[in-house]
Design a protein around this ligand. Structure first.
Ligand code: NAD
Length: 520
């Protein structure tokens, strides 16, 4: 299998910046994006809509999202049951080929999709570019993997044929978050579809327009609408209806811990008419740590901290939130970090110089303001120049008492806590003392400590001498343990196994004479 990651453009080049800038500006006239419900080949707009506002200019409604009803869901299920077998029985070669075409289709609409995403989320262009590449990678990687690795295995003996092979699980509900609306939405739908399942896609409310543009690429490349339904709406309504529907066999969920755990509970109840045990793939939050060792390269540390804690305003499950720094370099690092934070430019992502944009919506903005106020007395550094309008939260650094809620709850914003450690071992102890185990970082030049970290740190993804976000498909399969999730490891060799079940047949080939049919 020869898999290559999608290339990332260099936006320091004027030509690259200008092309994207013109698309970003030109689509403004299409705002608000009207997002329909799509059930089979019927597309409908409802008067019952969710409205999402632009994060840097909240007076502007950026998308209006039609809300899927229980009847729409039922219709999607019935269509899926009718057409599911045709999709299931298409050859793997054929379905994999379709997903290579989906990747091409996405690439052909790259600037448009990235622009919709930026208008909905306030993401920086480089972050959006990297995320988009991940979406393309998911399509190609899963297509290649399904074709080359999910192969039947036959063991034939004298008088006995055995075959072990994979079958799709059936109807899969894919419920995705807003923070990676291109990559996570694409990967969560492409994996189940390429293996022959039917997908009911429920995108996050805030980023339904981005998800809809991606869904159109799937259909335009040839994925039948009858097996890929687009069902936008509220999690507490249509999301829950998908979770509890007796015909949905797998719930592929990425989102917050509270919602994930509530889904786990609901999915364990067998509804009338349900004929399978529901499987839950559940990728949740993080409270990610970094340990800076006594001998760490401070330049590397500063760069890694800034990108990991404040990239996309800290709104990544992998974002750095707990920083443990050795006594020997604590004061020096703190001083340099505070100075570097003050140099971060905050403002609209339409101005490409800005590194930090707004947070996703008013609810997040108010929640983070409240958290800042509650922890004011522990504040030690903050980016000072902040625009007056828009949902901007300045990157902020705290020294809160160890084990206050700043150290334990997921924040999902650009607020970072730091704490002194007297040894590397103490750093590991603190890093592991969490309900979560998603990402972790170590900045060290001590080979013994690096080995110790590899052996002892509890994290799905451990990064050494670099930032702790931005996992790349195939190179760094992504997902955590403990209460961070079921460890799906998206973009890795185990992911597709979640959506298939192994079957075995055994045939006694020692025939006792001939049947009448063969004699005729
Ligand atoms: P969220 O849990 O609020 O929503 C996620 C999705 O679940 C949305 O589509 C939402 O509509 C839906 N939903 C909400 N309530 C539901 C219910 N009762 N039943 C069914 N569906 C429901 O999360 P969010 O705010 O969109 O995303 C941020 C969270 O996601 C953070 O906690 C972050 O750490 C996590 N996340 C995890 C990963 C990972 O790979 N581990 C990746 C990205 C984000």
């Amino acid at each position: 299998m020869e898999f290559k990651n999608e290339t990332i453009r260099d936006f320091s080049m004027d030509t690259e910046r200008n092309t994207l800038r013109s698309v970003l500006n030109s689509i403004k006239k299409s705002i608000p994006f009207e997002v329909p419900i799509s059930v089979g080949d019927t597309e409908k707009f409802s008067t019952n809509r969710f409205v999402h506002k632009n994060p840097w200019s909240p007076d502007l409604v950026v998308s209006r999202v039609s809300l899927t009803t229980a009847n729409d869901l039922e219709e999607a299920i019935q269509i899926s049951k009718k057409y599911g077998n045709q999709w299931k029985h298409r050859s793997q070669e054929d379905r994999s080929h379709l997903f290579i075409k989906v990747a091409e289709k996405l690439v052909s609409k790259k600037d448009f999709i990235i622009s919709v995403c930026i208008w909905e989320t306030g993401k920086h262009i480089t972050e959006a570019e990297i995320e988009f590449a991940e979406a393309v990678d998911f399509c190609r990687y899963y297509a290649d993997f399904a074709r080359d690795q999910l192969l039947p295995n036959s063991i034939n003996l004298l008088g006995e044929d055995n075959l072990y092979y994979y079958q799709p699980k059936g109807i899969i509900g894919c419920i995705s978050p807003w923070n990676f609306p291109m990559a996570i939405f694409t990967g969560m739908c492409a994996g189940p579809l390429v293996t022959g399942n039917i997908v009911l896609a429920k995108p996050a409310e805030e980023t339904s327009a981005t998800a809809y543009e991606i869904t159109k690429c799937f259909w335009e490349a040839g994925v039948p609408k009858e097996v890929f339904h687009f069902l936008p709406g509220f999690g507490s309504e249509i999301g829950e209806a998908i979770v509890t529907h007796p015909e949905v066999s797998v719930i592929n969920f990425t989102g917050s811990r509270d919602v994930g755990l509530s889904i786990l509970k609901k999915a364990s109840i067998v509804s009338p008419g349900q004929r399978m045990i529901k499987k839950l793939v559940c990728e949740l939050g993080g409270k990610n740590a970094m340990i800076v060792d006594a001998d760490a390269d401070i330049d590397v540390a500063i760069q890694a901290i800034l990108s990991s804690a404040f990239g996309f305003q800290g709104q990544k499950c992998s974002a750095l939130s707990r920083l443990f720094v050795h006594n020997d370099c604590y004061d020096k690092l703190k001083e340099r970090l505070i100075a570097a934070m003050d140099g971060l430019l905050i403002g609209s992502p339409l101005d490409f110089e800005n590194r930090i944009g707004p947070v996703i919506h008013e609810e997040s903005f108010l929640r983070l303001l409240k958290l800042q106020k509650e922890n004011e007395s522990f504040l030690i550094g903050k980016t000072t120049l902040v625009p007056n309008t828009g949902f901007y939260i300045p990157p902020s650094l705290y020294e809160p008492p160890i084990f206050s809620s700043m150290w334990t709850s997921e924040i999902f914003g650009p607020l970072l806590s730091m704490q002194k450690i007297s040894s590397f071992a103490e750093g590991i102890q603190y890093a592991n003392d969490s309900d979560y185990a998603l990402t972790c970082g170590v900045i060290s030049r001590n080979p013994k400590h690096i080995l110790q970290a590899k052996l002892e740190i509890e994290a799905g993804n451990l990064y050494i001498n670099r930032g702790i976000t931005g996992a790349v498909v195939n190179r760094q399969p992504f997902g955590g343990g403990k209460l961070s999730g079921t460890g799906a490891k998206a973009g890795g060799p185990d992911y597709l196994h979640l959506f298939v079940e192994g079957k075995t047949y055994t045939e006694n080939t020692m025939r006792q004479g001939f049947s009448r049919d063969t004699l005729q």
